[in-house]
Design a protein around this ligand. Structure first.
Ligand code: GLC
Length: 765
C-alpha cells in the first residue's frame, strides 16, 4: 500500500516520509507520545477528540539507515521501514511494539450454506472479511492483556475478542458477543511482561479492533474510511498511559459537588405530584438524595425544550420548592426534534438549515419518541451554539443538569443511511463520518451552552460518546437489565470506561430493563456507592426499584450504602480534583496500581475506589461469602478494622448488608458528617479516618459550585502522620474563606478533635 521509502524531510516535530505510493508522517508530540499518520482522506488531522495543539518542543534525532529511518526521543526509539511499518523500542532498545510483517491469516472460505442454515433458527454469523482499507497489524508476543476500548461488554481483559466502534442503541440484554455499544472510544492499553503502552486510533468512521481473535500472532485495528492516524503512548506505569491519553483528549473538569450525591430516576416520574412524592419519601425515610431526573414524559408530546402543561404546569415553582428541600432537577433532552409546524424549535431549525439532510438536500427524517423527527446537525458550530443557547429554556425553569439520550443517534425507522449529509464545520461529511461523534458533539453543545448561560459548572450526562467526551459530560452505560450478569458486567465495563478517559461514569443502579429483585438491588447499590455517577434508573413497564420499593431490609441496606457514599463525598471530590490534572479514573481495576502482580490482571469482581479503598462486592445471587484478593501490603477491613496482610486471597463473609471494603494501610480518608443532601449544612468539621501507619493526604475544598476555583478560590490541606504518631495539618493553598474549624481524627480506636484556624497545627495522636 505504501511501497518503499523514497525520501525524508523534517518540519519541526514532524518527520515526513515519502513512500513509493503514499506519504506517511511521524510526529513527535512529546517524548512519550508519537503520532503515526497518513492522509488517505485528508492531508490534515481531522480530530474531534484533540482540540488543542498538543505537540511540544521535544528534542529528537533522525537517522536515515539503508533499510529504515530511526527516530530517537529521550524516551523512545522509533524505527520506520518500507510499507510504513513502524516499530517502537524503549530507550534501552528493548522492543515494545512491532508491526506485523506477514499477511493476516483471515479465512476467506465462508461456508455460506452453514450461515444460512444457522440463520433459520436466528443465529446470525458475521462473516469476517479482509476489506479493512486501513489496517494496522501489531505483533502479539503472547502475554498481552488489553484494557480500555470504552463501554464494551464482557470482562476486563479484551484479549481474544473483536470489537467495532459504531455507536449503537441496543436494548436487548448486552452480552460478551456484542461488538459495539453506545460509545466509541478507540483507545486501548496493552500490558505485557516488561512494557505497557496505549494506542489511540483517532478515526471517527466505523473502526475495527481485533485483540487477538483472528490469530495468536497479532492483533489489529483498522477502518474502511478516514485516515491512518494513531497515537502511540508510552510510559512505565499504566497510570502514565491514561495520563498521556487524557493529555491528548482532555480531562473531566471538576463537577459541582451535588452531582456526586445520589440520583433517583425512573422512566418516568410523570407528574409534578409524583416527583414531589418521591422527594418526600427520601426525606421522610432518612435516605440522602440530591437529584431527581425527569425522563421524556415531562415534555409535551416528547417535544424537546417544552413542558407538559397538564403534568408539569408551573414547573418552575415546583422545581424551586424541591430546590428549597435540597433536590436538584435534571431533565432529559434527546436530539430528535418533532416535525410540527408552529413548534418553535422545529421551525427555527428548518428556517436556518440546522438539520441533517438527505443526498437530495431535503431535511432527513426518521422516527424517535415524538414520532417523525429531524436531527440537528451538531457537526456545525452555529447549530451547536443554537442548541447550546436553548439550554437557557431549561435553566430558566430551575433545571440544574441536562441528560442527553438517544444520541448515537437512535432511530426507530431503520438506521440512518450512510449518505445523510452533515455540515462538518463547512467541509461537508456524510453520516459514516459523523455517526460516532454525533453524541459527543451534542454533549459539547450542551456543556458550552450551559456554561454560557449559567455561572455554575455544567452538569451533562450523555449516552453516546467519542474520545474526548469526558471534557463535556458524564456518561452512563445505557440500557442494561436488572439481571445479575449485568451487575457483574458493570464492574469491568466501568473500569474500562474509566481507563478510556471517562472519569465520571455510572450504570443504571438496579438495572434498566427487566424486573429487579430486592437482593439484586441490595447488591447493586453496594457497587453504585463506589461509582462516581450514582443513579438508580429503570424502564417504564418494569417493576419499581426506588430504595423503598421492596421491603424494610432493602430499604435499610439502600440507606446504609447511600449514607456511606455521602460520608465519602470529600474523598470522591478529592479524586475528581486529582483527575483534573492526571485523568485517572475514580473506579479503577486493581491492575492499574499493581500491574506487576499477575493475580490482578483479570480481576473482574473487585475494584479500587481511588488508590486506597478496595471494594469487593458480591455480584452473585445467594452468595454470602466470597474470596477476595488483596495485593501486597497491609489492608484494613472497613467494617471490623481487622488488619490483613495482602499478597494473597482471603475468604470474607458477606451477608446481604455487607459489601467487603478494605483500606490500604497508611490511608487518610476524609469523611463528611451526616448530610441528606449537599449543602444541607456547612461542613465546619471534617472527619479524618486514619488507617494505620505513616501517611500523607491532600484534601481539596472550594464552594463546590462555580468556576471561582480557577482563579484560586480554593483551599488545599495537607494532612500527615509521622512514625511517632504526630498529626500535622497545614494549608498548602488558602484561597477559599470557609476553612474548616476543626478536624476529628479517628486513629487506632481514639477520637481526637484538632481545632484549626488556618495556622499549621501539630498534635500527638
Ligand atoms: C432510553 C434511555 C433510557 C430512557 C428511555 C426513555 O432507553 O437509555 O435511559 O429512560 O430512553 O427516555
Amino acid at each position: 500500500m505504501f511501497g518503499k521509502i523514497k525520501a525524508l524531510k523534517q518540519d519541526k516535530n514532524v518527520v515526513i516520509i515519502d513512500f513509493e505510493q503514499q506519504q506517511g508522517q511521524i510526529e513527535i508530540i512529546t517524548e512519550n507520545i508519537i503520532n503515526v499518520f497518513s492522509g488517505f482522506e485528508t492531508k490534515e488531522h481531522q480530530s474531534r477528540a484533540i482540540e488543542e495543539v498538543k505537540s511540544v518542543n521535544t528534542e529528537y534525532v533522525v537517522i536515515k539507515k539503508e533499510d529504515r529511518i530511526e527516530i530517537k526521543t529521550t524516551a523512545l526509539y522509533i524505527e520506520i521501514f518500507d510499507e510504513f511499518k513502524v516499530d517502537f523500542y524503549d530507550i534501552n532498545h528493548n522492543l515494545i511494539c512491532a508491526d506485523y510483517r506477514n499477511e493476516r491469516k483471515v479465512s476467506t472460505q465462508i461456508d455460506q450454506a452453514a450461515i444460512e442454515l444457522a440463520a433459520k433458527e436466528g443465529h446470525f454469523i458475521d462473516a469476517r472479511t479482509l476489506s479493512k482499507k486501513i489496517q494496522v497489524v501489531k505483533v502479539m508476543d503472547g502475554d498481552e492483556c488489553f484494557y480500555g476500548l470504552g463501554d464494551k461488554t464482557g470482562f476486563l481483559n479484551k484479549r481474544g475478542y473483536e470489537y467495532e466502534m459504531w455507536n449503537s442503541d441496543l436494548p436487548e440484554p448486552q452480552v460478551d458477543s456484542f461488538k459495539a455499544l453506545y460509545k466509541s472510544i478507540p483507545f486501548f492499553i496493552t500490558l505485557k511482561k516488561n512494557h505497557v503502552f496505549g494506542i489511540f486510533y483517532d478515526n471517527t468512521y466505523r473502526t475495527y479492533f481485533d485483540m487477538g481473535k483472528e490469530s495468536d500472532e497479532y492483533y489489529y485495528f483498522g477502518a474502511d474510511d478516514g485516515n491512518l492516524d494513531y497515537y502511540f503512548i508510552a510510559g512505565d506505569k499504566m497510570p502514565e498511559i491514561i495520563e498521556g491519553y487524557t493529555y491528548l483528549t482532555g480531562r473531566t473538569p471538576l463537577p459541582q459537588l451535588w452531582t456526586l450525591g445520589y440520583h433517583q430516576s425512573r422512566w418516568s416520574y410523570e407528574t409534578k405530584e409524583e416527583v414531589k412524592d418521591i422527594a418526600k419519601h427520601f426525606r421522610e425515610l432518612d435516605i440522602p438524595c440530591d437529584v431527581i431526573h425527569l425522563d421524556i414524559d415531562y415534555m409535551e408530546d416528547y417535544k424537546v425544550f417544552t413542558w407538559s402543561n397538564e403534568r408539569f404546569k408551573d414547573a418552575d415553582k415546583v422545581i424551586e420548592e424541591l430546590n428549597q428541600d435540597g433536590f436538584k432537577i435534571v431533565t432529559i433532552i434527546d436530539p430528535g426534534v418533532k416535525i410540527e409546524k408552529g413548534y418553535t424549535i422545529y421551525d427555527e431549525g428548518i428556517k436556518n438549515g440546522y438539520y441533517a439532510k438527505d443526498v437530495e438536500g431535503n431535511v432527513y427524517e426518521n422516527a424517535v419518541w415524538p414520532g417523525l423527527s429531524v436531527y440537528p446537525d451538531f457537526s456545525d458550530e452555529k447549530v451547536r451554539n443554537w442548541w447550546g443557547d436553548n439550554q437557557k429554556l431549561l435553566l430558566q425553569k430551575g433545571v440544574r443538569g441536562v441528560w442527553n439520550d438517544m444520541n448515537e443517534p437512535a432511530s426507530f425507522n431503520g438506521p440512518l443511511p450512510d449518505d445523510v449529509q452533515f455540515l462538518d464545520e463547512g467541509k461537508g461529511a456524510n453520516h459514516k463520518k459523523i455517526h460516532n461523534v454525533y453524541g459527543h458533539l451534542m454533549a459539547k453543545a450542551t456543556y458550552e451552552g450551559l456554561k454560557r448561560h449559567d455561572k455554575r459548572r455544567p452538569f451533562v450526562i450523555t449516552r453516546a460518546c467519542y474520545s474526548g467526551t469526558q471534557k463535556y459530560s458524564t456518561g452512563w452505560t445505557g440500557d442494561n437489565h436488572s439481571i445479575w450478569a449485568h451487575l457483574q458486567m458493570a464492574i469491568p465495563q466501568l473500569c474500562n470506561l474509566g481507563m478510556s478517559g471517562l472519569t465520571f461514569i455510572g450504570t443504571d443502579v438496579g438495572g434498566f430493563g427487566s424486573d429487579c429483585t430486592a437482593e439484586l438491588l441490595n447488591r447493586w447499590v453496594q457497587v453504585g456507592c463506589f461509582s462516581p455517577l450514582f443513579r438508580n434508573h429503570c424502564c417504564k413497564p418494569n417493576r419499581r426499584q426506588e430504595p423503598w420499593a421492596f421491603n424494610q431490609e432493602t430499604l435499610d441496606i439502600n440507606r446504609k450504602y447511600i449514607k456511606l457514599h455521602y460520608t465519602l463525598l470529600p474523598y470522591l471530590y478529592d479524586l475528581f480534583w486529582e483527575s483534573q490534572s492526571n485523568g485517572l479514573p475514580i473506579m479503577r481495576p486493581l491492575v492499574l496500581h499493581y500491574q506487576n502482580d499477575r493475580n490482578v490482571k483479570e480481576i473482574n469482581d473487585q475494584f479500587l475506589f481511588g488508590e486506597t479503598i478496595l471494594v469487593a462486592p458480591v455480584v452473585v445471587q445467594g452468595q454470602r461469602a466470597r474470596s477476595i484478593y488483596l495485593p501486597e501490603g497491609n489492608w484494613i477491613d472497613y467494617w471490623t478494622k481487622e488488619v490483613v496482610t495482602g499478597g494473597k486471597y482471603i475468604l470474607r463473609e458477606a451477608p446481604l448488608d455487607v459489601c467487603p471494603i478494605y483500606l490500604k494501610a497508611g490511608s487518610i480518608i476524609p469523611n463528611y458528617p451526616e448530610l441528606h443532601y449537599v449543602g444541607e449544612k456547612e461542613v465546619v468539621e471534617l472527619t479524618l479516618d486514619v488507617y494505620e501507619g505513616v501517611s500523607e493526604y491532600h484534601h481539596y475544598q472550594d464552594n463546590g459550585e462555580d468556576f471561582e476555583y480557577e482563579y484560586g478560590e480554593y483551599n488545599e490541606y495537607l494532612f500527615s502522620i509521622d512514625d511517632k504518631g504526630i498529626f500535622t495539618v497545614q494549608l498548602a493553598s488558602n484561597g477559599y474563606s470557609k476553612i474548616y474549624q476543626s478536624f476529628k481524627v479517628l486513629y487506632k480506636g481514639k477520637i481526637i478533635v484538632v481545632p484549626f484556624n488556618g495556622e499549621k497545627v501539630e498534635v500527638q495522636l
